[in-house]
Design a protein. Structure first.
Lengths: 152, 152, 152, 152, 152
């Protein structure tokens, strides 16, 4: 199993290292890491990891700032990441933490939780996709407590 | 007839099971199910079902949360789903229920209704597309009562 | 001349029948009609009409509801319709009537007018594109009175 | 030099004729003109001019109305025009004048100025692209007075 | 190392010259410069630099104006730039300075800082991509002081 890791120097927390740690603790894995300046550089970095480094899946980490322009950049990056997946038939798991989604002092915990949680998702997607079916509709959240299913 | 089912662990209701039940009650059908973490993973999952599992059509189930970021994610997923259809000339019927489109206690009923209703649409699209023509312009709704045509 | 007609069961008025009537009154034409559930199913339906039914042009009819979510769906459909045209070098004339663009009692008249007007546009685009040049910049409107050119 | 001209019957001023006049006054040029109903028909018309009429460059003229829906249509057209350029490696110079960007009585002057100014840009892009370099960062505007560079 | 430089006559500051100066001070580099009228012309210009001038990477400079329409144009350009990267597997580093992101008198300093900073990023991306990994998550900013990592 080979995992591509794309992340940015713009982000204010190093989620990729948490994710790599989580992956290595759980499975035998090769890592190809590609750090780029900003969130809009992630789509092509992810696609290059897939097509030039032959990874099985990519995790793309970004931390959009709190301004409207940051949100718009994140949306553009997300669209690019979806397009890159469609062009390659390969998953790129987007792991974005918005600077304003929690108080600054709590952001590292959210970011680490999300990074590790998505690392576990990545392992399931590649190693045992059928395991995800039993969690379908279960209100899973990454970086926060699961919300669970809505009861009738 | 082989139907691809793509859904998420993020959703808080398992619409896919209702849809599979509805399909199996009505036609002889093979199912390929692919559960992914979130709504933005649905486009590539749907495309992989089409190109790697050779399904005739896909149903893509998602349940966006109530926040603005959730709406934006849903829009990005929708754009990706449309692109995936154009790349494959294959229908991917999007079945999204927004958490805030009804009171929480009523969501399961809306979600089940929409899932079953779109399962019936899927059967028509593959088995008898001409049957849909007689409902053109009839104000059909999935998960709610039909609105009907506007009268002069 | 073969015209593809893509429309929806979601719409609350059957514009396609008006357009087909207008086309048949004016030219010898074959029609391939493809009715789908919703507006977001129109892009792939249009592309399939072009590539699988070998039509010369497509008319895509939709009637977005009055809510914000309906507007967003219509925008996604429009983007998909533009992409489908670019992928096929074939016109797909979008004929959308928004439920809130007129009082409900007046919608059928707007919808019929727009459908018939665009049917005439379709004939010109295929049979005599040069005729459109003399109307360039003339403030033509479909479903409403023409606004005409702005005078100096 | 062959220039494609794509414009609409929706527009309320015939910018294309001004641009063609400006082109012909300055260079020996062949024109292929393609008038379509609305702004969303411009992307495929432009692409067809490039691929079926073998033009060197396209000018795409549109005049979006003042309503929100008109703005959204213009944005969709712009995205399509950018995609068409990427698919063909050919410039499509977008010349849009918004009906609400000036008082109605002043719109023809803005529109003519923008059309002629972009016609001159088109000549430079094809005949002498290096000439544009010396105007880089100079705050050029089409249809309005140039703003010039910002001084330190 | 060959760097493509795409910029505009619309911009009110010549960032490209600063970037070229920074590149030449630091590495042996060939430059291919392509100036276009506006920000929406940048995607195809960048793609042509990659495919026709055989550059290793592109820097795309734009300076969107303060109006809503300018922001929307910038967003469309950004989407096109991301698509061009995905189509070519080549980085196009977007260097946009918004006219309203600082007081006019301070804009040249921001613009020069951002241009030079991204020129250094470009060198790293091509010459020593591994060096960027040690800055991952460090809150780097271009044109402003770095924000640094968020501490637990």
């Amino acid at each position: 199993m080979k995992v591509g890791i794309a992340d940015t120097t713009f982000a204010r927390y190093d989620m990729a290292s948490d994710a790599i740690d989580e992956l290595k603790k759980r499975v035998s894995v090769d890592i190809a890491r590609y750090t780029v300046p900003g969130i809009k550089d992630l789509p092509v970095a992810s696609k290059k990891l897939i097509e030039e480094e032959d990874v099985d899946i990519v995790m793309a980490f970004g931390m959009p700032g709190p301004e409207d322009i940051d949100k718009r950049c994140a949306d553009q990056a997300s669209n690019g990441i979806i397009n890159a997946q469609l062009m390659t038939n390969t998953h790129i798991v987007e792991v974005f933490v918005h600077e304003d989604e929690a108080e600054e002092k709590n952001l590292p915990e959210v970011a680490e939780g999300r990074a590790r949680s998505h690392a576990r998702n990545v392992i399931k997607l590649i190693k045992s996709p059928k395991k995800l079916i039993k969690d379908a509709g279960k209100g899973k959240r990454e970086g926060y407590p699961d919300l669970g299913s809505i009861r009738r």
